[in-house]
Design a protein around this ligand. Structure first.
Ligand code: MG
Length: 269
């Protein structure tokens, strides 16, 4: 099996300092976190930004630019910009950040009911984001919340809007999305092309369990406070702790951990 690629999703849209003081919020905090995550073994950095005043998710291009440029200057990480949109962000708001030309960006290929809202991704929006990424030479990470989203991703490939080999991230265990079970993970993996790479993001307590299954099944792992703020029941985590734990487990299982250069090779960046 190839070495494990560790993605860290350190911020996301939801957890705030009051939930876990280790969530990086400002561009400066996000950049410093990137330096620590790289040292701990992460290869991919999934980037969201927040309004520094109220910590709400932000589409602000200047915040993305500041965090992105700082990460580029201070680290060698593969920066993956989220094109997710909370609070009704429209296509223009979600696409503008792609002008930074990161190596990767996330692309959710369908809509899903979040516990508190609808995460809306219309066919037209998905197509537009895919075209933008292709034009700018950005590799999409297909964010898969349910099996149908794999079909949608493969449709994009058939229509020439995304280029093989595809990379998938299975988001499992979120209320409203596919439950985090081994059966479901095996099912999702069976549905993607043989040349594709994949990782798993488990939400909350599913993070560790699904990451471990990915280690054993030849997939890759996404950790971080975006998906899970706890190290174990009742004990808050830091991003570095979550990275170090899955790195140790992967080493213990004999897979090792991909360096950033190795991750670029595995993902054909
Ligand atoms: Mg995200």
């Amino acid at each position: 099996m190839e070495k494990l690629i560790i993605t860290v999703a350190p911020t996301g849209s939801l957890p705030k300092k009051k939930n876990n003081p280790a969530v990086p919020i400002t561009p400066r905090e996000i950049i410093e976190e990137g330096v620590r995550c790289e040292a701990a073994g992460a290869a991919i950095f999934h980037l969201h930004v927040r309004n520094p005043v109220d910590e709400s998710p932000s589409p602000d291009y200047e915040l993305f630019a500041k965090a992105y440029q700082g990460l580029r200057e201070r680290t060698n990480l593969i920066v993956q910009i989220s094109t997710g949109g909370r609070a009704g962000m429209d296509y223009e708001q979600r696409a503008k950040r792609l002008q930074l030309r990161p190596e990767m960006a996330s692309l959710t290929t369908g809509s899903v009911n979040f516990p508190d809202s609808v995460y809306e991704n219309s066919p037209a929006l998905i197509e537009s984001l895919a075209k933008d990424m292709q034009k700018l030479g950005i590799k999409p990470e297909m964010e898969i919340f349910d099996t149908s989203m794999i079909s949608n991703a493969l449709d994009l490939q058939r229509h020439g809007l995304v280029d093989a080999p595809l990379h998938f991230d299975f988001v499992m265990g979120l209320k409203g999305a596919i439950p985090a079970t081994v059966e479901n993970l095996v099912h999702l993996r069976q549905k993607i092309p043989g040349d594709a790479t994949w990782s798993v993001a488990g939400i909350g307590p599913a993070q560790l369990a699904m990451n471990l299954h990915a280690v054993l099944m030849g997939g890759h792992a996404r950790v971080g406070l975006e998906d899970n703020i706890y190290f174990c029941k009742g004990e808050l985590a830091t991003n570095v702790q979550l990275i170090e734990r899955i790195a140790l487990l992967s080493e213990t299982c004999g897979r090792g951990v991909a360096s950033i250069a190795e991750a670029r090779q595995i993902l054909r960046l």
